[in-house]
Design a protein around this ligand. Structure first.
Ligand code: SF4
Length: 965
């Protein structure tokens, strides 16, 4: 056991047991730094650095630098953070296991022992991202959606079962159990962990704080429990699994002093939307945020977790709540053992990190104040989570956005008559329903240039006649609510808002109110505990009566798996260009994220989701206008239905017990018979199957040798795309529908797969051949090289005449319009390197390693942007793609670039340094050229190594092979 600073000490874990720990108070006593003034989150990272200090991977200097963290000017040093464990969800987890399998194959090819590739820390993968809302509004919806899920994902699940047996430190939680972050909060997180080791020749147990990274941006939710953890790209997680520290630049820590209490009628969702707006304005990107003070102490852990969850939306690396009695109470209430709870409390007390800090006790980089009593009910949208709207202002805001120009974030309608409504007869999806044949979205809808999330289930073929839609007559128009989803671990982990939704539903049902059949209603909790308490309190039955039947335990609408709308609704939206709305208790609302045809998406608390489903529209002020009429024709208002805090508390007390958590979190496989039916292959090496279109060996280790290449200038590159601001990872690598006419769709068709069986990009992340074709293929991405278009198109300009651009042919200067994938392949054939040019916040949105992997496999060598999102930037480096940043005030528009230019990047050599200035040379067809300074966004020395090796995977593989020779 490392003990470089002699800080290893004994402590009483509280059960008559003794353990050892690396004492931070002792480190302070030795004069290494003023540790007791450090933010708690920094101290937790410091403990990891201290414990793992071996003089090699982690140096004494790393400990000293972090122990002397300067609040106002944090050191410009990278921190080597060795995390205790890793969590994965299936969308990002499958490609990670695919890469591990590919590494094993590569090791075998060079004659090594494949078993050297093994996760070195514990890894939990929760299968939660694959379930889609195909069926809703019926008692059968859960079963039918699960059946569809297994039908679509069988190959991936078979592969995961192989991984489960091949890797020792890998636990898999099968589909139908819950959502990764809620499962982490309610079950996986331990607060404090221990490891057997030898101290002074004696067998001992060393205790240390639970820390983690996860391949999902909302991993941050766990910070609500006092566990430091955040989302990383799959590529970094892979390195973490293989024993590499996760490196990050020493952060600033923003202290948010919370005072007061939430008022009656204000929910945790209202609070997190308020905080998101407030912290976005404070520009906390890349910083830690730590909440403290008596206001923080008054919040229960589920509220803290909701706030922690949305850190990516406010831009922070984490939103952390220190450990206090409330944290211990939560662990106890969720069924963790007495021994565990006691060790957690004693450990943090002994480290002098227990209890919510008060103002003035800790030094923060920035001090902010928030009085919880000032928070008001609200929603956020229609396109970004930070655009909060006070509830009374929603109708007016929506109306003005309808007419605002598109370039200003509106919908560009010249004249709007909100009273215009279009009749839709929702009389079944069978082929013989009058004037409207059943549309196969893979064919007719695409022909009509419409897209849908995923294929409509074919009841006859798939599930013996089950009908996916509700029937009736409806009138829809601008502002109609067509999706109302109680979704997302952000909120479903919080019993107070879930019970409030149930109580509101109860009051509505008792008044005889109903939800319009055009509204696709769904309830997808993040664990079965929610169903247990909604059933015990008798509230589920009221939700059912409004159509909020259980549709699955998974991400569903939150990840964009909202499933198709009735074909007639899709057609009406298309024919009348309707700006329809979704209301959801999720955390993201970028365009086309929730559903490709729903343009206005509003985030809100679960009870407000039910309220807006009842209202059927968003263009109103729910605080003044009626939601609808009761059975006697009397107008009913939100205030008539809204439950009081006392009602919510009473319901909570009668519902939540530790035994429920213990019962529901064990023997997962037994609880899902469909999982047991999946046949699993065995062995250390995965037998790649060329017939599979879900799992394919990626080409990252083709021609792998022990020697890395040289870093050299990029010369004679073409632009593959020029994009504006806020290009998301979903624009770069969509997770949703695969359009039949897209390169990925055409490829799948060429493999004999019908559009109805395409499944989503997210589910095909184990297949590089599909994912590369899907890169930059989002139907909403706008490549400014082809003005006026949407979707993955570009102009192909051919091989450049480097140094003599005027000699290019007229045809080459004009460019030929084609798909981004086709152009990239033509350029690859001619060995032409490619660049992407973009505006601010490039790569914002969920962490998505395929956004970087696909970029690399298309042949892109550099992305030059005005600014980058944190994870995507590091993923680009991890895949050997250069992130470069324009100086402030410069971008593709100010440089008047249209993509016909030739680009070179000079200043690159084996001696590059993080942050150095390089030169982007632009040669124009008219013979003119510019030299533009750009900064190298390789931020740390280790990233230089990753880049030199062609990526992190190659770097780690070379290290492991060298070590095991
Ligand atoms: S529910 Fe939403 S936030 Fe939670 S893991 Fe799923 S996609 Fe991420």
């Amino acid at each position: 056991m490392n003990n470089e600073f002699n800080t290893l000490q004994k402590f009483d874990t509280g059960n008559g047991r003794e353990g050892f720990f690396h004492s931070l108070p002792e480190l302070e006593k030795q004069g290494v730094g003023k540790i007791s003034r450090l933010p708690i989150s920094i101290r937790i990272v410091l403990e990891s650095v201290l414990r793992n200090c071996d003089g090699k991977k982690v140096r004494r200097k790393d400990v000293e630098t972090l122990a002397n963290w300067n609040a106002k000017k944090p050191a410009n040093e990278e921190i080597p953070f060795v995390v205790a464990r890793i969590v994965l969800q299936d969308f990002t987890g499958v490609p990670l296991v695919v890469d591990l399998a590919a590494m094993r194959s590569a090791v075998r090819r060079v004659g090594g022992d494949p078993k050297i590739i093994e996760p070195l820390v514990s890894v939990d993968l929760v299968v939660d991202h694959s379930v889609q809302v195909d069926y809703f509004g019926s008692a059968d919806a859960l079963r039918l959606n699960l059946e569809m899920e297994f039908m679509r994902n069988r190959e991936r699940y078979q592969f995961l079962k192989w991984g489960q047996q091949a890797f020792k430190t890998f636990q898999l939680i099968p589909p139908g159990i819950g959502i990764v972050h809620q499962v982490n909060l309610e079950y996986l997180a331990k607060g404090v962990l221990s490891q057997r080791s030898e101290v002074g020749g004696q067998k001992s147990e060393i205790f240390y704080p639970d820390t983690l990274v996860g391949t999902d941006s909302h991993t941050t939710m766990i910070n609500g429990l006092g566990v430091v953890g955040w989302g990383v790209g799959g590529i970094e997680a892979e390195a973490g699994m293989l024993g590499q520290p996760v490196y990050f630049l020493t952060p600033e820590v923003v202290g948010v002093h919370l005072t007061g209490k939430l008022r009656e009628g204000v929910t945790a969702t209202d609070l997190v939307l308020h905080i998101t707006q407030m912290l976005r304005a404070q520009k906390v990107v890349g910083k830690f945020v730590e909440f403290y003070g008596e206001g923080a102490a008054s919040l229960p852990v589920p509220d803290r977790a909701t706030i922690g969850n949305m850190s990516p939306e406010y831009g922070a690396t984490i939103g952390y709540f220190p450990v206090d009695q409330e944290s211990v109470n939560y662990l106890r209430a969720t069924g963790r053992s007495d021994e565990q709870c006691s060790a957690f409390e004693h450990y943090f007390r002994t480290q002098k990190m227990f209890g919510m800090p008060r103002k003035g006790e800790i030094d923060y980089s920035v001090d902010l104040e928030l009085d919880l009593g000032q928070v008001q009910p609200g929603v956020a949208g229609p396109k970004r989570p930070q655009d909060r709207i006070n509830l009374p202002d929603l109708g007016q805001t929506f109306r003005s956005l309808l007419q605002q120009p598109i370039k200003d974030g509106g919908y560009g309608k010249e004249s709007v008559d909100l009273s215009t409504r279009h009749l839709v007869q929702l009389n079944g999806s069978a082929p013989d329903d009058g004037d409207m044949p059943r549309i196969d979205p893979g064919e007719e809808l695409n022909k009509a240039e419409m897209v849908t999330n995923r294929p409509t289930p074919d009841p006859a073929k798939d599930l013996k006649g089950a009908d996916p839609f509700r029937h009736g007559e409806s009138k829809i128009g601008h502002g109609s609510v067509l999706i109302a989803a109680i979704t997302s671990c952000t909120n479903t982990s919080n019993p107070s808002v879930m019970l409030a939704a149930g109580l509101l539903a109860k009051k509505a049902v008792e008044r005889g109110m109903r939800v319009d059949p055009a509204v696709k209603t769904s309830l997808a909790p993040g664990s079965r505990v929610v169903s247990d308490y909604l059933t015990k309190t008798g509230l589920q039955t009221y939700l059912d009566q409004l159509g909020f039947n259980l549709v699955g335990y998974g991400c569903t609408t939150c990840i964009g798996n909202s499933g198709p709308l009735h074909p007639k609704i899709e057609k009406a939206i298309h024919d009348h260009d309707i700006v329809a709305a979704s209301v959801l208790s999720g955390n993201r609302n970028f365009e086309a994220r929730v559903h490709q045809n729903i343009k206005a998406n509003f985030l809100m608390s679960p009870p407000l989701v039910v309220a807006f489903a009842l209202a059927g529209r968003v263009d109103l002020d729910l605080t003044k206008e009626p939601i609808g009429k009761d059975k006697d024709g009397k107008e009913t208002f939100l205030r008539d239905l809204w439950p009081s805090l006392t009602e919510v508390r009473d319901a909570m007390q009668s519902a939540l017990t530790p035994e429920v958590f213990r019962k529901l979190y064990r023997n997962f496989a037994d609880q899902n018979p469909k999982w047991n039916e999946i046949p699993a292959s065995t062995g250390d090496i995965y037998q790649w199957d060329e017939k599979s279109d879900y799992i394919h060996e990626p080409p990252f280790f083709e021609d792998f040798s022990m020697k890395p290449g040289k870093i050299e200038n990029i010369v004679g590159a073409r632009a593959l795309g020029i994009f504006g601001d806020s290009v998301t990872t979903d624009h770069i690598s969509p997770a949703g529908a695969i359009k039949a006419s897209s390169p990925a769709g055409q490829y799948l068709i060429s493999r004999g797969i019908e559009p109805v069986d395409f499944n989503s990009y997210g589910s095909r992340r184990g297949n590089d051949l599909v994912m590369t074709r899907g890169t930059f293929a989002n139907v909403r991405i706008k490549n400014l090289m082809v003005p006026g278009t949407e979707g993955g198109v570009t102009k192909y300009f051919g091989k450049p005449n480097v140094g003599n651009p005027v000699a290019e042919t007229a045809a080459a200067t004009k460019g030929e319009q084609m798909s981004i994938y086709d152009a990239a392949m033509k350029y690859q054939k001619d060995n032409v390197p490619l660049v992407i040019l973009a505006g601010t916040e490039y790569g914002t949105g969920s962490s998505r390693d395929w956004a970087a992997k696909g970029t690399r496999l298309l042949g892109v060598k550099a992305v030059v942007a005005s600014s980058f999102e944190r994870i995507h930037r590091s993923n680009l480096v991890g895949m050997g793609v250069l992130p470069l940043q324009f100086a402030e005030g410069t971008n593709a528009q100010t440089l008047k670039l249209d993509g016909s230019e030739t680009f070179s990047i000079t200043g690159l050599s084996d001696t590059i340094e993080p942050g150095m200035t390089l030169t982007l040379k632009i040669e124009r067809a008219n013979g003119k050229s510019n030299l533009v300074p750009v900064s190298l966004r390789i931020d740390t020395p280790i990233e230089v190594d990753y880049y030199r090796h062609g990526g992190i995977l190659q770097f780690v593989l070379r290290q492991l092979l060298a070590k095991n020779r």
